[in-house]
Design a protein around this ligand. Structure first.
Ligand code: FE
Ligand code: FE
Length: 293
């Protein structure tokens, strides 16, 4: 832990999400999430996060600016760092150390397998299972030396006004884009209904992995990967003025995916070795032996 990395690891943010959005819902309920903003979720939303998580949000909201996102996109989206297969990337991500208790916390591979296994148990298609397996591989950004606030955290559009539904919205007053004449307006640098593909999201593991994997996956899977941390969009229904009809249609899949990310964590620890053959075959069905990272 240091000033740039106040949490014990990136997963402390995910634990805080399950506190904010308690598991009141079933898979079926997730399909109508606009309608069922439970009061419970709101209450938890307002309750204080742990000090380390709050410190993390302060950094995230302060430093995710248009300039910052442009720089990170230039730096990482050329994908010329490393060539690795998917399983190799999973093992690489697993070397990420979390200072919290290893007896209670799942390893990175365990979280990925648990999400995938829960999706598989519900009888979803193979591409959906695969999406669960890989959805957090973008967190290898931490291993490339990026601070937590530039890897995880709820994502949101930059270049337009920050929605008041974003957790710890007040911290955006520290952001240098806060009183920018254009960026502080509702649509900012974007056309209304521009479609999210034309919108720059705050930088993190979603956007990065989307670019690494997009050519190999169906659009539903691309959306799940690219927007799974966009809680203001898929849980709070914010930024509707930037959504296209396609975004609205495909966000149903982002919402379908979310419970597997947040609520499979309490299930039994998956047995990595016994699951490996099934998942290696699934990976080979969609991906080449090596991808550009
Ligand atoms: Fe994630
Ligand atoms: Fe996750």
């Amino acid at each position: 832990m240091d000033e740039q990395n106040p949490m014990s690891g990136p997963d402390q943010w995910e634990s805080d999400l399950s506190r904010r959005y308690p598991a009141a819902r079933t898979e079926a309920a997730a399909d109508h999430s606009e309608a069922d903003h439970s009061e419970r979720a709101f209450r938890n939303h307002e309750a204080e996060a742990r000090p380390s998580v709050k410190a993390f949000y302060r950094l995230n909201h302060q430093y995710q600016t248009v300039d910052f996102v442009r720089r990170k996109r230039d730096e990482f989206l050329s994908l010329d760092r490393q060539r690795m297969g998917i399983w190799e990337a999973m093992e690489f991500l697993n070397t990420l150390v979390d200072d919290s208790d290893p007896d209670t916390e799942l390893s990175q591979i365990e979280h990925l397998l648990q999400a995938a296994e829960a999706i598989r148990a519900d009888g979803h298609p193979r591409w959906f299972i695969l999406t669960g397996l890989i959805h957090d591989l973008g967190k290898i950004l931490c291993l490339f030396g990026e601070p937590q606030w530039a890897v995880v955290g709820d994502t949101f559009p930059v270049g337009c006004a920050f929605s008041s539904s974003i957790v710890y919205h007040d911290f955006f007053r520290l952001n240098s884009d806060w009183d920018h004449p254009v960026y502080s307006t509702q649509s900012g640098i974007y056309e209304p209904q521009a479609g999210l593909d034309h919108v720059m999201m705050s930088w993190g593991h979603d956007e990065y992995l989307y670019h690494v994997t997009k050519t190999y996956l169906p659009p539903e899977a691309q959306y799940m990967i690219r927007y799974h941390s966009f809680y203001p969009g898929h849980r709070e229904n914010a930024y509707q003025h930037l959504f296209s009809d396609q975004d609205r249609r495909l966000f149903q899949w982002v919402r379908k995916f979310n419970p597997y990310d947040l609520y499979s964590k309490s299930d039994a620890r998956p047995d990595v070795e016994s699951l490996k053959p099934f998942y290696r075959e699934l990976i080979d069905e969609f991906f080449p032996p090596e991808l550009a990272w």
